[in-house]
Design a protein around this ligand. Sequence first.
Ligand SMILES: [Cu+2]
Length: 176
Amino acid sequence: MASTMNVTLLVVALIAAATVLPGTQAAEYVVGDATGWTIPSSANFYSDWATGKNFSAGDILVFNFAPNVHDVATVNETAFGACEKSNPLSITSTGPANITLTSGNHYFICTIGQHCAGGQKLAVINVTAASSGTPTPPGVPSPPPPPPSAPSSASSLAATFSFILMTIASTIFCLF
Ligand SMILES: [Cu+2]
């Protein structure tokens, strides 16, 4: 009886924990925010934009640009540094473009004209695997401890019954 109740409490606690714990909640980042994806006013605009952001796998980068005015090419680190646009890993010419991040490093450039050299390039470094080792957020109450298990009414009844039997037995024994 008591153990069945404890198991039930445990199951309820586990379900509650699974519901409360954050799952793979993907974040969405608009690259450059209101500026969008364009030739920025300063060459380090997009590296400044990425600084301090903790990207996780599954997060989405939104590149806002008018089709054919710009594009988004994913390139390797070397091509990124040199604004080498002849051999991109992939290219998207239609904006706005949503790119879902995987773990690792990602390098994006615009291949049109001299836009990359003008600063239209974005490196997203050290994207972490989704929700690995996510600590329990503060403010989530821990499940209350289970109430102390009450003595089983069945066993106390049995104890009382055996005490009465003993009393009757000894009384009968003393009579002889
Ligand atoms: Cu461009």
